[in-house]
Design a protein around this ligand. Structure first.
Ligand SMILES: NC(=O)c1ccc[n+]([C@@H]2O[C@H](COP(=O)([O-])OP(=O)(O)OC[C@H]3O[C@@H](n4cnc5c(N)ncnc54)[C@H](OP(=O)(O)O)[C@@H]3O)[C@@H](O)[C@H]2O)c1
Length: 266
């Protein structure tokens, strides 16, 4: 029986909880360490094996997943550290926080620094991971566990902040795009609920094409949609005029810089 403790009861905790409950590869219990009842509305409908307000329950955990904000990380690790076993794997999705910073706080056991996203809830996260102190067999087991929430790609730790901007925060770009498309459709009289279904499927299809047919460049794909003098050209002219591509690039850079700032302890 695998024993998982998730610390923090916010948005990511619940997305991961759902992901790990879909098709568990092995019997497991998933306990929650909450700080307060602030997010009770989120965790109440879900069946946590145990909900505790005390960090002591991490004592018998195989894996502890730390889903607290960067600003709460130092205090939270301070509370957990006396109970963390040397074989317990600390999984941290905390933006900006490096493995070295956890070592500075006295964490001695294995660490998996990860960057997932909220699509974990349906097993569709794209998760970046980097490991420290894990022998290969255990590391494979942790990768398999993480992959229940979606595909896992192991990267050098130096890439985690840039991928935080692209992947951890990434669904926000898409949700914003979907919202803008739905509202644009409404200006033309389309039904918002129906458009949401249709444009979400369209985004999924285009994304699969871009991923699976990578031998064709994205410019080629744009060219296949945009015939001269046609509708796509009309929309591209507006997006280009408004500086949309460089605006997105600026957003990516700003998010990565923010991840670096969040990792600096005050
Ligand atoms: N949300 C995402 O899409 C996403 C994606 C990738 C990575 N992340 C990372 O995941 C972490 C959590 O993000 P989030 O969006 O889930 O934040 P959130 O919704 O604000 O949740 C944070 C949770 O941590 C709890 N907490 C704080 N200190 C604690 C302590 N000492 N013991 C137990 N619980 C404690 C908070 O308790 P209260 O309920 O009392 O406030 C809250 O429930 C962040 O570090 C973020 O960088 C998030």
């Amino acid at each position: 029986m695998q024993r998982i403790v998730i610390v923090g009861s916010g948005h990511l905790a619940h997305a991961l909880w759902e992901g790990w409950h879909r098709n568990p590869r092995e019997p497991r219990v998933i306990d929650l360490v909450a700080r307060s009842e602030a997010h009770r509305a989120l965790w109440n409908p879900r069946v946590w094996d145990t909900v505790s307000f005390s960090p002591e329950i991490v004592g018998s955990a195989d894996v502890v997943v730390l889903t607290v904000k960067p600003k709460d990380t130092e205090a939270s690790v301070g509370q957990l550290r006396p109970y963390l076993g040397v074989r317990t794997v600390l999984v941290s999705p905390v933006a900006g926080w490096s493995i070295a910073q956890f070592r500075d706080l006295g964490v001695q056991g294995p660490i998996a620094r990860i960057m997932p996203n909220v699509s974990a809830a349906i097993g569709a996260s794209t998760t970046l991971a980097t490991f420290d102190g894990l022998a290969s067999e255990r590391r494979r087991a942790i990768e398999a566990f993480l992959s229940e929430c979606g595909q896992v790609t192991v990267v050098d730790e130096s890439l985690i902040n840039p991928y935080t901007a692209l992947i951890g925060s990434g669904p926000a770009y898409i949700f914003l795009l979907l919202k803008a498309l739905i509202e644009g459709g409404e200006r033309l009289g389309t039904d918002a609920a129906m458009t949401r279904q249709l444009v979400s499927s369209m985004v999924e299809g285009a994304a699969r094409l871009a991923r699976d047919r990578s031998e064709e460049s994205l410019d080629d794909w744009i060219g296949q949609v945009a015939s001269p003098g046609g509708t796509t050209e009309a929309l591209l002219r507006v997006l280009d005029r408004e500086g949309w591509p460089s605006m997105i690039q600026d957003a990516v850079v700003a998010a990565s810089r923010r991840a670096e700032e969040l990792g600096v302890r005050h």
